[in-house]
Design a protein around this ligand. Sequence first.
Ligand code: SF4
Ligand code: FES
Length: 226
Amino acid sequence: MTAATVGLEIDGRAVTVPADATVLGAAQAAGIEVPTLCWHEKVAVYGGCRLCVVEVEGRAGPRLVVACGYPVAEGLRVRTRSPRVDRTRRTILELTAPLVTDDACLKGKLRRFAEEYGADAGRFAAGAVPDPTGCTLCGLCVHTCAEVVGAQAIGFAGRGMDRQVVYFPDAGCEYRSCKKCFSVCFTGKIARESAATVFPGASIREWLAAHGVAVHSLRAFMERRR
Ligand code: SF4
Ligand code: FES
């Protein structure tokens, strides 16, 4: 170990990584997969999905932390799989699946993770999410647009069950040529909706009108949501 690196243990394996790495980065460097939905190497850590939970040894015993935002430390001991980790991931996947589909036809990495953790995609479907939007609210499109493109043409609006991704028409999105958000959306929602008009029925003005919210400045509204 040098001053710029730290040594830690992941799943019993000694790993040396840069001192500013996260536990997720250290696991990836060691070739250990930790499942992620909202993490992407090109945008800042959001920490919204919690699927990357791992156990770290603390003074009061093992505790769950989110690997994508947890910094490495000298001597840290990490377990990426345990009954508690797997149970937590399974529940997160069961809560996420109904947002995407009202049947068990999960696709892509959501399907792979659901199978790996034995998640019942229909467990919370009935009643909880009557109208699946195809969006996991991972935020990758929002953060890619803001941080990679610098356009801020997509944002979150609403809270709780009303939370959704909306398009800000005033931001001058050039999605027909840009399409950076298309590639990060693993459910295909962005490409699907943009291919029609632009987020039909979900523009910020339509959302605000539907929810009776008066906004004097779209920019100020966006800033409050960030
Ligand atoms: S539209 Fe896609 S990328 Fe954006 S938050 Fe939803 S699932 Fe994530
Ligand atoms: S990938 Fe870490 S919280 Fe989503």
